[in-house]
Design a protein around this ligand. Structure first.
Ligand code: NAD
Length: 262
């Protein structure tokens, strides 16, 4: 019996990177999972089937677009209808865009606020009634070191992540007496497609080579000089789902190689 046997989890943005690691960690602990995110149908089906083959629980896919509130509500409803409940919700979908503010495209601002912040509001809003009814729930938001500190050229991302930290605290207070916790996890740099994709624009914005961006911008932020791994982030999320973590709520947990200690 895994620690999440009989529980059902929805993880947004879980076709890749940190989200996929969360989904796999929850499935390994015995949960059924709803995965979500973009990608080729073939790749997504491969990951979904692999979760079932590796861990034995059920994994289903929701194609909900995190910019669309009705689709987000539909994703929670799909989890409830298929599995009977959504006990664990991880708001993780996110994108990045790097540009000086005076050139930052307004539509990119809107898209980042929608995916990285508003989608969490819509998903939590839809999932909380079911969690209250069951008298148990875990809500985990993937924030970022950028929920605590800023970096230049990431105005939308830093604003959304600071917003997620505030949303986390607010929801934690609202659901505190229902055995539902709400926390956010704030990773430093984790080597995922999101980080890899921002390297060319950072090279341009800061006039640097690829190696300089990796060593002098990304790893420079982290005193350990190492990337965080997706599996380490997922292990922290799994702990937050445990009974030992029942009194951890409203917190912003850093996993950033010491970045925000400086
Ligand atoms: P990633 O690019 O590997 O994964 C992002 C996921 O979000 C993918 O599954 C993608 O399909 C999905 N997604 C994007 N737009 C979507 C939309 N409109 N609707 C539904 N799904 C959508 O990135 P990652 O690094 O694994 O990032 C996951 C989360 O972790 C993000 O919130 C990110 O801000 C956060 N984070 C990442 C790092 C890092 O260094 N990688 C650090 C701190 C925080």
């Amino acid at each position: 019996m895994g620690s999440l046997s009989g529980k059902n989890a929805v993880v947004t943005g879980s076709t890749s990177g940190i989200g996929l690691a969360y989904a796999r960690a929850f499935a390994a602990a015995g949960a059924n999972v709803v995965i979500n995110g973009f990608g080729s149908a073939e790749d997504i089906e491969k990951e979904r089937a692999k979760i079932e083959a590796d861990f034995g629980g059920k994994a289903i896919y929701s194609p909900a677009d995190m910019t669309k509130p009705a689709e987000i509500a539909g994703m929670i409803a799909l989890g409830e209808k298929t599995f009977g409940s959504v006990d664990v919700l991880v708001n993780n979908a996110g994108i990045q865009f790097v540009s000086p503010i005076e050139e930052f495209p307004p539509e990119k601002w809107d898209q980042i606020i929608a995916i990285n912040l508003s989608s969490a509001f819509h998903a939590i809003r839809a999932a909380v009634p079911g969690m209250k009814k069951k008298g148990w729930g875990r809500i985990i938001n993937t924030a970022s070191a950028h929920s605590l500190v800023a970096s230049p050229f990431k105005s939308a991302y830093v604003s959304a992540k600071h917003g997620i930290a505030g949303l986390t605290k607010t929801v934690a207070l609202e659901v505190a007496t229902h055995k539902i916790t709400c926390n956010c996890i704030s990773p430093g740099y984790v080597w995922t497609p999101l980080v890899e994709k921002q390297i060319p624009d950072t090279m341009k914005a800061r006039n640097l080579t690829r190696e300089q961006v990796i060593n002098d911008v990304l790893l420079d932020a982290q005193p350990t000089k190492e990337f965080v791994t997706s599996e380490q982030v997922a292990a922290l999320a799994l702990f937050l789902c445990s009974d030992d973590a029942a009194q951890i709520t409203g917190t912003n947990l850093s996993i950033d190689g010491g970045w925000t200690a400086e």
